[in-house]
Ligand binder design. Structure first.
Ligand SMILES: [Zn+2]
Length: 240
């Protein structure tokens, strides 16, 4: 006749019962192991997310909730541009077709004035922004609040719209993505002429969004669609 004891493997039956103390430390060890593997898993996830699809949202434990006006760590949320609307401006860099045309016209006119604008960054999908935000945050041991001062969380970047771009001065690559870019001939030219092509500086010094000064980052507002996407941002800047 089968007893309950028969169902326990022999090795287990021979093991003396663990004391309360041992049981506790075993449980503690298990907990530590679990916590460790979760942490390792997070790091692996953050470093390898470009291969992951569909994209997971930013970890709820890492990120604070959005503010009442929908901003997350100062950044407004933006929809991802439709593939069909994007055109390649230079290899690997795509913009919304309307913004691309405006940029190319602006770049050509700048060239006539002796200024060489270089397109450093354009459309970014959510996955790229995720990597940019979280892997550097982990690498630099930053808090989300610190990271958000210089980069938007995924889903909250103007680059998602296909209307935003980062510009450099081809003659001064050492100023790329640096606040000192505002000392370049390219920036002086942009300040004087960019509005004619419907480009606007998104993050001026001391902006109310609390985002670091980005003299290289411009967004295009030359269509009703683009204006609509950036309306809440514009209103927020105007009101504060
Ligand atoms: Zn940018």
């Amino acid at each position: 006749m089968t007893t309950q004891l028969d169902e326990i493997p022999v090795a287990r039956r021979l093991t003396p019962p663990v004391s309360q103390q041992q049981g506790l430390s075993a449980r503690l060890l298990l907990l530590l192991l679990l916590a460790g593997s979760t942490l390792a898993g997070t790091v692996v996830f953050l470093r390898s997310n470009q291969n992951m699809s569909p994209l997971l949202p930013p970890s709820a434990e890492l990120m604070p909730p959005p503010e009442a006006d929908g901003r997350l760590l100062g950044h407004f949320s933006y929809p991802i541009a439709r593939e069909a609307d994007l055109v390649e401006v230079v290899p690997g860099r795509r913009l919304h077709g309307d913004a691309a045309a405006a940029f190319l016209a602006m770049q050509q006119d700048a060239e006539v004035d002796g200024v060489q604008l270089r397109l450093l960054s354009a459309f970014r999908d959510q996955e790229t922004q995720h990597d940019l935000f979280f892997s550097i945050m982990v690498e630099r041991s930053q808090r989300p609040e610190e990271r958000a001062q210089v980069s938007a969380p995924p889903g909250y970047s103007e680059h998602h719209t296909g209307y935003a771009l980062d510009l450099g001065d081809a003659r001064h690559p050492e100023l790329d993505l640096d606040a000192a870019f505002d000392q370049s001939a390219a920036f002086t030219w942009l300040q004087q002429h960019a509005s004619r092509y419907h480009f606007r500086l998104s993050f001026p010094a001391n902006n109310p969004q609390g985002v670091a000064y980005e003299p290289w980052h411009w967004r295009w507002e030359g269509s009703s669609h683009a204006l609509e996407l950036f309306e809440q941002t514009r209103r927020f800047h105007a009101a504060t």
